[in-house]
Write a protein that binds this ligand. Structure first.
Ligand SMILES: Nc1ncnc2c1ncn2[C@@H]1O[C@H](COP(=O)(O)OP(=O)(O)O)[C@@H](O)[C@H]1O
Ligand SMILES: [Mg+2]
Length: 510
C-alpha cells in the first residue's frame, strides 16, 4: 500500500518523505525504487499544520482549529528515512546499498509480513523468537542464538526496564534446546524461575582451591594489610590445602609464625594473631559460604540445563572471588573439552562440559568495573577474547554501562539495550557498538518497559522490538508496598483479635 512519496533532496543513504499519516520512529517502510525495492527505517518524524504555523494568539488558534479540520491539505507529515539496503539482498543476509539515490516521487509503501518476515524472523532452528517488532507489531522478532554463544551478549538498561526478563527468556529457550546456561545471580532474581529442571546452586567457596590472595579477600583481610597477607601466604602451604582438617591445619601454621623465635617473625606476631582471629571468625561468620569439604564446584553444575548460581549471600569481595574462580574453571574446562575433541587418542575424560555453554554475569559494573582491576574482570576479559574458540559465550548485564570496563563491553558481539536516560551511559554504549546503530541509540530515552534496541550479530539488522514478558518469573518484579502494607494491616487485625480473645478468655478464667 502506498503511504507516501520521496520528496526534496535524496541521498543514497537517506530520503525525506511526505506521507499520508505520521510515521513512527523505528518503523520499517519500503521505498519502491525503479531499480529494486529498498528497505528503509524511519529515523525522524514530524507533523505540522499550515493553519497553525503562525498563530499569534488564542483567538487565532481557536479559528485555526476549524480551518485545519476542514482543509485536507492542512497537515504535513514529514519523515527522514534511513536506507538499509535493497530488500532482496537483505532477505539473503547481504545488505547492498543503492549507488543512486531514490528519485523524488518514488512511492513509499508499508512493509508487509512477506517483506520483513525473512529478515527479522528467519525460519531456522538457531533463530528463536523473543518478541515482535515494536513499530511493525505483526512481525516476529527473532535472535540468532549461535551468535551470542560464539560472540557474546551485552544487556544494558536502567533498573526495571526488563533486563532480567530478557535473561530469563533466553535462558528458557536455551534450556528447551538442551543447552547449558549458567547465571550468576547476585540479587536472587532467578532462583524461582519456572524452567523445567532448573538447577539452583547456593554458591560456596572451597578455601582449599584458592590462592593466598583470594583467600585473604574472602577472609576480609584488608587490601593494605601487607604483613597479614604475607602471614597468610606463608601459612597456606600445599600440605594445609591437602590436609583433612583444613582450618585447624591453617591455624597451626599461623601458630608456628606466632611462636617463632626468629627476630623478624617476632615483629610480625601481632599481625599473625590478627590473621588467626580472622580465620577463627570466618569459620563462624561464613560457615555457610566457606566449605573446605565441598566437592569440586563445577560438579554441581548440570550440563544441558539452566543453572542458577546464587551468590546473593556473599559479600561483594567474596562474590568476586567465587565468580573469578568459576569463570577460570569454566574456561579451563571448555579448553580441555575442545582439545579432547581434536585429539585422536582417547585419553581419560578430564573435563565436565561436552558442549558449548553460555554464562551470564549480572551487575557487570560491580564485577567487571571500569576503574579497578578485579580477578573476575581478568577472567571475564579473557573469556570475551578467547571464549569463541572454545564454545563459551558470555552475557553481561548492567544498569550502569558507564561503569563497565569498555574493553570487555566492546568485545560483546551483540547488544540488547532498553531505556537509558543518562548521557554518560549512552555515550559508553555508542562507543561499544558499531556506528550504524547510533541513530537508533538516540531513541533510548523514549522506550517503555520491555522495549529494546537489538544490534550486532544476533540480528540481521539493527531493530527496535518489544520483548515478550516471561510470565512465570515469580520474583524480581516490583513489589507493591501498598498491597503489602494492606495485608500487613490485616494480619495486625488478626493478631489484635486473637490477643483480645485471649484477654477475654483470661478474664473469663478469673
Ligand atoms: N518485556 C516485558 N513486557 C512487559 N513487562 C515487562 C517486560 N520486561 C520486564 N517487564 C516487567 O518490568 C519489571 C522489571 O523487569 P526486570 O526484568 O526485572 O528489569 P531489570 O532487570 O532491568 O531491572 C517486572 O515487573 C517485569 O514484569
Ligand atoms: Mg534485573
Amino acid at each position: 500500500m502506498t503511504i507516501g512519496f520521496v520528496i526534496g533532496e535524496s541521498k543514497p543513504t537517506m530520503v525525506r518523505a511526505q506521507t499520508a499519516r505520521p510515521l513512527a520512529v523505528g518503523e520499517y517502510v519500503i521505498i519502491d525504487s525503479t531499480e529494486k525495492k529498498i528497505l528503509g527505517l524511519v529515523e525522524k518524524s514530524s507533523v505540522s499544520s499550515a493553519a497553525f504555523a503562525d498563530v499569534q494568539n488564542y483567538e487565532e488558534a481557536f479559528e485555526s482549529k476549524e480551518i485545519a479540520e476542514s482543509n485536507i491539505r492542512d497537515k504535513s507529515y514529514i519523515s527522514n528515512i534511513g536506507i538499509l539496503g535493497f530488500l532482496d539482498g537483505l532477505k539473503k543476509g547481504t545488505p547492498v546499498l543503492p549507488a543512486i539515490p531514490p528519485i523524488p516521487g518514488t512511492a513509499i509503501l508499508t512493509a508487509t509480513k512477506e517483506d520483513l518476515g525473512v529478515i527479522f524472523g528467519p525460519n531456522e532452528e538457531v533463530w528463536i523468537k523473543i518478541g515482535k517488532l515494536l513499530r511493525n507489531n505483526t512481525i516476529d522478532a527473532k535472535i540468532n542464538l549461535d551468535k551470542i554463544v560464539s560472540r557474546h551478549l551485552g544487556i544494558l538498561a536502567m533498573t526495571g526496564m526488563g533486563k532480567s526478563n530478557l535473561v530469563a527468556l533466553i535462558t528458557k529457550e536455551i534450556a528447551k534446546l538442551k543447552g547449558t546456561v549458567i547465571i550468576f545471580d547476585y540479587h536472587n532474581d532467578y532462583t524461582f524461575l519456572d524452567i523445567p529442571k532448573i538447577n539452583v546452586i547456593d554458591a560456596k567457596i572451597n578455601p582449599r582451591l584458592l590462592d593466598a590472595d583470594a583467600l585473604s579477600e574472602v577472609l576480609e583481610i584488608r587490601e593494605n594489610a601487607n604483613v597479614q597477607q604475607r602471614v597468610l601466604r606463608v601459612a597456606l602451604t600445599q600440605t594445609v590445602k591437602e590436609s583433612k582438617e583444613f582450618w585447624n591445619k591453617l591455624e597451626r601454621e599461623v601458630d608456628i609464625i606466632i611462636n617463632s623465635d626468629d627476630k623478624k617473625e617476632k615483629e610480625n606476631r601481632n599481625s599473625a594473631y590478627r590473621v588467626k582471629d580472622k580465620i577463627d571468625d570466618a569459620q563462624h561468620r561464613f560457615a555457610d559460604i566457606l566449605d573446605p569439604d565441598m566437592g569440586y564446584p563445577l560438579s554441581f553444575i548440570k550440563e544441558g540445563r539452566a543453572n542458577v548460581i546464587n551468590i546473593s549471600e556473599l559479600s561483594e569481595k567474596q562474590a568476586n572471588v567465587a565468580l573469578a574462580f568459576y569463570l577460570q574453571e569454566l574456561l579451563r574446562d571448555r579448553k580441555e573439552s575442545s582439545a579432547a575433541k581434536n585429539r585422536r587418542s582417547k585419553k581419560q575424560r578430564d573435563y565436565k562440559f561436552e558442549w558449548p555453554i553460555f554464562v551470564i554475569v549480572e551487575e557487570a559494573h560491580v564485577f567487571i568495573p571500569k576503574e579497578r582491576d578485579t580477578t573476575a574482570k581478568y577472567w571475564a576479559a579473557k573469556i570475551a577474547r578467547e571464549g569463541r574458540k572454545f564454545g563459551m559465550g558470555l552475557g553481561i548485564v548492567s544498569q550502569r554501562p558507564r561503569s563497565v570496563d569498555l574493553n570487555v563491553l566492546s568485545q560483546m558481539g551483540s547488544f540488547a539495550i532498553m531505556k537509558i536516560i543518562q548521557e554518560d551511559d549512552q555515550r559508553q554504549i555508542a562507543s561499544a557498538t558499531e556506528s550504524t546503530s547510533r541513530e537508533l541509540i538516540t531513541q533510548l530515552t523514549s522506550l517503555n518497559v520491555g522495549d529494546a534496541i537489538l544490534v550486532g550479530q544476533w540480528v540481521n539488522l539493527p531493530s527496535l522490538v518489544h520483548i515478550e514478558e516471561v510470565k512465570e518469573k515469580k520474583t524480581g518484579s516490583d513489589q507493591s508496598a501498598v498491597s503489602q502494607w494492606a495485608s500487613g494491616k490485616k494480619m495486625d487485625g488478626i493478631a489484635v483479635e486473637s490477643t483480645q480473645d485471649l484477654i477475654q478468655k483470661d478474664l473469663l478464667l478469673e
